[in-house]
Design a protein around this ligand. Structure first.
Ligand SMILES: [Cu+2]
Length: 189
């Protein structure tokens, strides 16, 4: 290899370590007991599928922010903490763990994740559809549209089966039905 050619390669070699923490982030966070997703809400029509999708920009403005912390560090337990900034002020958003990945269609995230799956779907039996068997949060925003909510459950999601956190329209619902899906955050694993 000629010396000029080797010199040309050097900057690429130096770039490689800078890129590796980014590429390692997903596998590490999936295996780590604590995973953190931090993202701005974008429209579902964005060219690159966003980590956080807003389906209702009046309630979840584009560019508003979320942070979802999933803490599995206590065996047999999971603590979910959802923080938002810049959403509709003075609003209560029900938030749940759903089974499938977010998509352009709000229904893409599928049904609620259940620790003990109801053999009858859609699940309406209160023996399965309850806050112990599902993750159910209510995210209340202050006058600035900021808020945080946390809940602990006595289980850990099965890998790959709890792919998203969905925010519903809640109250005041304005132009939406209270149960409409207004935003979706993609979760690792
Ligand atoms: Cu839901």
């Amino acid at each position: 290899m000629s010396a000029p050619f080797a010199a040309a390669l050097l900057p690429l070699t130096l770039l490689a370590p800078a890129a590796s923490p980014v590429s390692a982030a997903s596998p590490v966070s999936a295996a780590s007991p604590v995973s953190v997703v931090e993202a701005d809400f974008d429209p579902a029509t964005a060219f690159v599928p966003p980590t956080a999708i807003s389906y209702a920009s009046d309630l979840v403005p584009y560019g508003s922010h979320t942070r979802v912390v999933v803490d599995r560090s206590t065996p047999g337990n999971t603590v979910f903490t959802v923080t938002v900034a810049g959403l509709a002020p003075g609003h209560a958003f029900p938030a749940h763990l759903h089974t499938r990945d977010c998509g352009a269609d709000p229904a893409a995230s599928g049904p609620h994740y259940q620790h003990v799956p109801d053999p009858v779907q859609p699940s309406t039996d209160p023996a399965y559809a309850n806050e112990r068997n599902e993750l159910r949060l209510v995210l209340r925003t202050d006058g600035h549209g900021d808020g945080t909510a946390s809940a602990a459950v006595g289980w850990q999601p099965r890998p790959g089966e709890a792919r998203s956190l969905v925010l519903h329209a809640g109250t005041p619902a304005d132009r939406h039905a209270a149960g409409d899906r207004v935003a979706c955050v993609r979760l690792p694993g």
